[in-house]
Design a protein around this ligand. Structure first.
Ligand SMILES: NC(=O)c1ccc[n+]([C@@H]2O[C@H](COP(=O)([O-])OP(=O)(O)OC[C@H]3O[C@@H](n4cnc5c(N)ncnc54)[C@H](O)[C@@H]3O)[C@@H](O)[C@H]2O)c1
Length: 358
């Protein structure tokens, strides 16, 4: 299946079982014959899929090399990007050469950032191998690295020339990371695709992964085309993230994974929405049931006030106000500015009402 993304430079997202072995064939028309391709990947994914991708690119007539870094978020930093610059400089890369990222969101974000900045910008192709990267991170052109004092603080918008997603690569993805990706799938259902949410409720998405990934990419396409540089409506992708990030922060980023924290954050946001009368009642319960059916947690032991304090540095909060993404109902959401202290009060009242009902 092919989805075309119409940004300044349009590009296709291909979602297809077995696409890894056809990557060279697919990208051949985009680059000059004989150009250099550098595969940017990491130590978990490259041993699994590096050889097949190399063979496919070489078969299409490209000169292929690779730069493989230690897997994991801690490596998403400038010194790793420096290794990529060095590898490309050594190979004498020019602007007609290109990068192919192979891996999850970390390889994609960092390889994309190296492409955005080396020689003031060269082309890159994304070959995402985690569910999170296939449904979200590989599309939309956000690239970057973490700094010691915060995630994704340095980066650039740089759209790939093509995204090639092979759902078969997900067979080797560890369960915990699959759950992270499912958190994002559920989020798309919540914010803009009630039909997808219905399929999640009926347990129909895992057996039809190719279709599920496409539906998520179609959702992201709408937002990316409308708001390429993430200054407006694309913000709705942060549904559940305000509280989710706060939960991650409260556990020093070593407790719940990002996806699981966002899952709980989505329930909290729905509860807040219901208490404000913005969200249709019963929505939080529907999200809770779906999360549980994918064995994801739905609540936290932290007090709501602690979570609120931890949102203070959230990039969507401005001083006393917080820009919350709230659902009107499943499949439809709004950006809802709200005063922090009012929010704490409302949440306490809602919790008290729920306690009395029991
Ligand atoms: N650019 C964006 O728009 C965007 C959006 C969301 C998240 N992100 C970023 O994405 C990153 C998280 O992505 P992620 O969860 O993919 O992280 P990741 O790249 O660290 O991958 C998760 C783990 O799965 C392993 N892995 C990946 N694919 C595999 C496969 N097919 N088989 C076996 N193991 C595999 C990786 O080695 C890693 O251990 C974060 O850095 C986040 O900031 C970016």
């Amino acid at each position: 299946m092919k989805i075309s993304i119409h940004t300044d430079k349009p590009y296709d997202v291909l979602v297809e079982n077995g696409a890894l072995d056809r990557a060279g064939e697919y990208i051949r028309p985009l680059f000059q014959p004989g150009s250099q391709a550098m595969i940017i990947s990491e130590t978990n994914v490259f041993p699994l899929y590096g050889e097949r991708l190399t063979k496919s690119l070489a078969g299409a007539g490209f000169k292929v090399s690779s730069c493989v870094f230690e897997a994991g978020e801690p490596q998403k930093q400038l010194s790793t990007v420096m290794q990529m610059y060095e590898a490309m400089a050594e190979k004498g890369f020019t602007r007609s050469d290109f990068i192919v990222t192979l891996g999850g969101g970390v390889a994609g974000d960092m390889g994309g950032f190296a492409a955005a900045t080396f020689l003031r910008g060269i082309d890159f192709v994304q070959v995402p191998t985690s569910l999170l990267a296939q449904v979200d991170a590989s599309v939309g052109g956000k690239t970057g690295v973490d700094l010691p004092f915060g995630k994704n603080l340095v980066g650039a918008f740089h759209q790939p020339r093509m995204v090639i997603s092979d759902p078969e690569t997900l067979h080797t993805l560890p369960d915990e990371y699959f759950a992270d990706g499912m958190g994002e799938v559920i989020k798309y259902g919540c914010i803009m695709d009630a039909d997808l949410f219905g399929r999640l409720e009926r347990g129909e998405v895992i057996d039809r992964l190719e279709e599920t990934i496409c539906r998520c990419v179609e959702c992201k396409k709408i937002l990316v085309e409308e708001d390429t540089t993430d200054k407006g409506r694309r913000m709705i992708l942060n549904f559940g993230h305000t509280f989710g990030h706060a939960l991650e922060k409260l556990q020093n980023f070593s407790g719940l994974s990002h996806g699981l924290a966002v899952g709980i954050g989505m329930v909290m946001a729905a509860e807040v929405g219901e208490s404000l009368g913005v969200t249709a009642s019963g929505t939080a319960e529907r999200i809770r049931r779906v999360l549980k059916s994918y064995e994801m947690p739905t609540e936290t032991d932290f007090e709501f006030t602690q979570v609120m304090e931890a949102t203070a540095l959230d990039k969507k909060s401005f001083g006393k106000q917080l820009n919350l993404i709230l659902l009107k109902q499943i499949g439809d959401c709004v950006i809802h500015p709200i005063d922090r202290s009012y929010l704490v009060l409302r949440y306490k009242i809602a919790a008290e009402q729920a306690r009395r009902k029991q």
